[in-house]
Design a protein around this ligand. Structure first.
Ligand code: GTR
Length: 327
């Protein structure tokens, strides 16, 4: 019985994809990496650049194979596949990562960051670096944070200038209870729907709108099924690149260092690309006749979400204070 069990384990080891990628391929390492965005989105371009760097540095020994457009599944799914070692890497929003790391989850709170610069200073500093390590107990290695701008509401029904205007509307959010509670705090209804199904959900009337940044609204063509974009900037949720801990543990130290170094370059590249894309896509949206309200008084939105920051920040007072004090 014991022997049979051992044989079975050995068989599982042989068929496990990580073993095939990392051990059997003659030292050649192909890092499979997923993204829900398309080929030319800043996150995808930046990971492609990371692959080029790794390939140059190792004479083609380490490469990255990107699966864009959600080919490997939703962010919730690819995070699981990464945790289990079926893919080596995934680029996702920090939103769905929140459930694996409660400290890191405070970055998902509404109005936790005062500006994009504030977010950069927090995630690139001691707080971000320390909190990334929290992911290891969930089977993930946090490699770097990228920019995703700020998220704002867009919908098909009416212009929104205050939480009052949101009453009775239904919004799609990412997979994290914080976002559901946030919408409820504004007096509206929320439902978590995978990214790839958002267009259809709005089109069919299952929801009235969603919330995101201008590059996403433009590239996913959500402006075709909505009309009003209110620049509430209620969330500044960074993007994150995570590696499978199972795969990571197979790697020699020298390769881990190369991957970490390339990931830093990747995040620098993404931030450059992001700045341009954000500006251009806001203009693109205007050209499409999208109605953009950019003189929103954020105070009522900030006040309405105070209880959520208190609830999720309760166990993390030191972190919350440090975030507040960061410039
Ligand atoms: C985008 C983000 C994606 C995805 C998406 C969403 O801004 O880049 O990773 O999380 O939002 O709303 O699901």
């Amino acid at each position: 019985m014991k022997k049979r069990h051992l044989l079975y384990c050995f068989f599982l080891f042989l068929i496990h994809p990580i073993h095939q990628t990392i051990c059997l391929a003659d030292q050649n390492i192909v890092i499979k990496s997923s993204d829900v965005h398309g080929e030319h989105y800043p996150t995808v371009e930046a990971v492609r650049y990371m692959g080029e760097l790794l390939s140059n540095w190792t004479n083609g020994r380490i490469t990255i194979k990107i699966f864009p457009n959600g080919k490997l599944g939703s962010e919730k799914d690819t995070l699981e596949q990464t945790r289990q070692g079926y893919i080596e890497m995934t680029r996702v929003s920090l939103g769905p990562v929140g459930k694996y790391a409660q400290g890191l989850n405070v970055f998902n709170l509404p109005f936790i960051f005062r500006s994009i610069e504030h977010m950069y200073n927090v995630v690139d500093g001691e707080i971000g670096t320390t909190l990334l390590l929290e992911l290891e107990q969930a089977g993930l290695i946090g490699l770097c944070f990228m920019d995703s701008g700020a998220r704002s509401f867009y919908n098909s029904k009416r212009p929104i200038s205050s939480p009052e205007d949101m009453k009775g509307l239904k919004f799609r959010v990412m997979n994290n209870p914080i976002f559901i509670e946030m919408i409820q705090a504004f007096g509206a209804k929320a439902v978590s729907i995978p990214f790839s199904e958002t267009y259809k959900a709005i089109q069919s009337g299952a929801v009235d709108g969603a919330e995101n940044n201008s590059p996403t609204v433009f590239t996913q063509k959500h402006y075709e099924v909505t009309k009003y974009f209110s620049i509430t900037e209620h969330l500044i949720v960074p993007e994150i690149l995570v590696f499978s801990k199972i795969a990571w543990d197979y790697l020699p130290a020298v390769d881990k260092e190369l991957i970490k170094k390339a990931a830093i370059e990747c995040s620098i590249k993404e931030r450059e690309l992001w700045k341009k894309k954000e500006r251009i896509d806001l203009e693109n949206l205007k050209e499409q006749g999208f109605i953009i309200l950019d003189d929103i008084d954020k105070e009522p939105f900030i006040a309405a979400t105070q209880a959520i920051r208190e609830k999720y920040g309760a166990g993390f007072k030191v972190i919350m204070n440090k975030i507040e004090k960061t410039k």
